[in-house]
Write a protein that binds this ligand. Sequence first.
Ligand code: ZN
Length: 393
Amino acid sequence: MILLKNVKLFAPKAMGAKDLLMGGGRILAIGDDLSHFAQEPVEVIDANGLMAAPGLVDGHVHILGGGGEGGYRTRTPELQLSTMIEAGVTTVVGCLGTDGVARSLEALVAKAKGLREEGVGCYLYTGNYRLPLKTITGDLMKDIMLIDEIIGVGEVALSDHRSSQADFDLFKRTVADARVAGILSGKAGVVNIHMGDGPARFDYLERLAAETDIPRSQLLPTHVNRNPELFEEGIAYAKAGGQIDFTTSTTPLFLEEGEIPAAAAVARCLAEGIPADRLTMTSDGQGSLPLFDGQGRLQGLSVGTCRSLYDAMVEAVRDHDVPLEQALTTASTSPATILGLQGKGRIEVGADADVILMKDNLELDTVIAGGRVMMRGGKHLVRGTFESAPETT
Ligand code: ZN
């Protein structure tokens, strides 16, 4: 068991100074003074001066690697445990992307199980960019209902030259199947939609809302901050009751070309009256990011990381005056709720013991995942199976 003493608790709601008791992978008690538990076999952490928040929930990560759009050597590497931990991310949702041939869902499930064995939370979307959907069992409903890790469908590409240019009816049937499978399995059955730069933008999503009684909550469009026109349509879509996701991994060139930084996008939406519980940020981690020189020549590739989610959360607070509890909501509570991840995204009795501790300047200090201290004082205590021995970050 772990007893956190005197921590400034953001659950994500600001709760003031509290003690927090964790054991068996869960939050066991929250109180003004839980000192009496210090008699038990418990590790006491004096967290005076630190803020506690739910571990971040990164709802869109290419855990198996992604990319490959510049040829085979541009396929990106798999996610490693430390990449999550140094981002304060204790739960990821993994997905395939453009490539559903040389990347398989079976391998994705194996990777998710591996991350779970290493001590963090991991869920999955079935399918990839293309419709009709490729699945494990041959039926997306079976995938959602029978495979523990799979909580929905994605990322399905729309309004993008890399999509399969599916007709509206096929899209509609896919969402309908995901919804029913979600209802039958007690999962969210959400369809995560990769929004591209194509001119159709939100057309299919608005048509679905107009022509069916499937609620907007069945969809979670991502990359909504990728260009100003898409972003404006996204705001209208969210104002009508939809939920939207902003991607935090970026490059200077993307921003120059009009991408809205995720932190700025969140601030604008909150100012427009869209509640934080319909806004999420995700990293698109392990996706490939092209790097160009001053003349626009491709210099190389880098990889998106979960850390961009943490940095965007901090940026929202520091540069855009977003209250910390709302910034935390978009990076933990909202994705956990929208995706139906039980026990995630909240610090409350009975929730999973996924807790991060931050200094006053929002520097990440400690990461606890499933009740296990993974990082303390900025130092990794636990590494992934094939990562090097513990060292200072
Ligand atoms: Zn995408």
